[in-house]
Design a protein. Structure first.
Length: 402
């Protein structure tokens, strides 16, 4: 079996996912074009050699529909020989795209693939594509469906995480993001988004708030309490977990992932193509894993997925130097830390989605680039990316610098 290498990563800044956000005027295909052109130009790629463009997108409808990966490849000036595939594994789609590309290369069926993801949450709102869980009451009833925010509150209730616990975690995310930007830690991968005449729309993540404090967060009302109590979702959760007498609603906009626009791309290839194109590999994909857990509590997938990836790599969690876990909700990361007996010293050291935002289909590939840049900055070797996924799924990928 061949090895799969990461040769380069690129991402846009993350813009606030609302009509007043700086990237709202940029179509999602323009966000993808920004990163696809950057990978091609700065690596002097002959795009005739790119064998696929694989992009994750969680809401692949309207401007993000019609196989945006293939459309973006053509729009970016890639060779007409390059195919494209858009995939959806919910919040892990951007990482799943990279893993899928890596699997092709490991199997010897491809040598050079661009993978990543996109989500313009201001232009194509989350949930626009519907789906059985959202619109079919029989499916929702049979599968004990509850919204993710209530799943996060259920985790907090079962684990005993208080409102102060999750707010304190959120403040650390904000502080780390502000420090990372002040020190230029994201500069290596950030590609400014420009309009059609070359004016910069955004060159810096727009969502984070350096001034956030536990006191300021304490003024926010729980975001999911009314939904849980008035629409019966709390009752559904307690049917599945009868030991719980009442859901402790602790999550709100300030300790949950931000709604943002963004895109990212990763250049993945074999050792042979790197030598042919005079590209220096930055990291090797060491292992990856997928799994699924209870779809009601939904957000526990990072733990078992990480264990599977570690087992496949013949590693222990102590062998991992840095970890990027998507901050879908604060309780998700706190639960992961407890499961592996970890502190925050090597987790999301540059902040996470609470501060910087979660552009659904792009996030996994964003985190991979952030992890690689930080491993290089700290001169460390191994890193893990993991995300919780709707429906109870989990994903994890381990990389090793070369």
């Amino acid at each position: 079996m061949s090895d799969a290498y990461i040769y380069d990563t690129a991402r846009t800044p993350r813009g606030k996912g609302k009509s007043t956000g700086a990237l709202h005027v940029a179509r999602p295909i323009h966000l993808l074009k920004t990163v696809l052109e950057a990978l091609a130009s700065r690596n002097h790629l002959d795009t005739n050699l790119v064998e696929d463009v694989i992009m994750g997108c969680v809401t692949p409808v309207a401007e993000q529909g019609g196989n945006i990966a293939k459309a973006a490849a053509m729009y970016s000036g890639y060779s007409e020989k390059v195919p494209g595939m858009t995939l959806n594994r919910f919040c892990s789609s951007g990482l799943e795209a990279v893993n899928t590309a890596s699997a092709y290369i490991m199997a010897g069926q491809a040598h050079l693939i661009v993978a990543g993801g996109v989500e313009s949450m201001s232009r194509v709102p989350m949930g626009s594509d519907g789906g059985a869980w959202l619109i079919d009451p029989e499916v929702a009833r049979q599968t004990y469906f509850i919204p993710q925010g209530i799943s996060a509150d259920l985790i907090a209730t079962l684990e005993g995480f208080t409102r102060r616990d999750v707010d304190q975690f959120a403040v650390v995310s904000q502080q780390r993001a502000a420090k990372a930007w002040s020190e230029g830690r994201f500069n290596k991968s950030i590609i400014p988004v420009k309009d059609t005449v070359g004016k910069i729309l955004l060159d810096r993540d727009e969502h984070f708030r350096a001034e956030t404090s536990v006191e300021s967060l304490s003024e926010l009302k729980p975001a999911f309490q009314q939904m849980g109590e008035n629409f019966g979702f709390d009752s559904v959760a307690m049917q599945k977990y009868p030991s719980v007498e009442k859901i402790n609603h602790v999550h709100h906009a300030g300790n949950s992932s931000g709604i943002v626009d963004g895109a990212a791309a990763v250049l993945v290839g074999s050792k042979e193509i790197g030598k042919r194109l005079n590209l220096k590999p930055r990291a090797r994909i060491k292992s990856f894993a997928l799994t699924s857990t209870d779809p009601t509590i939904m957000l526990l997938g990072p733990g078992p997925a990480t264990k599977m990836a570690l087992e496949r790599a013949h590693m222990d969690i102590k062998d991992i130097d840095l970890i990027e876990i998507n901050e879908a909700f604060a309780a998700v990361v706190l639960r992961f830390m407890r499961e592996f007996n970890l502190d925050q010293s090597k987790i999301n050291v540059n902040g996470g989605a609470i501060a910087l935002g979660h552009p659904l289909g792009a996030t996994g590939s964003v985190l991979l680039g952030t992890l690689l840049d930080e491993l290089e900055r700290q001169n460390k070797s191994t890193g893990l990316v993991t995300l919780c996924i709707g429906g109870g799924m989990g994903i994890a990928t381990i990389i090793e610098r070369v």
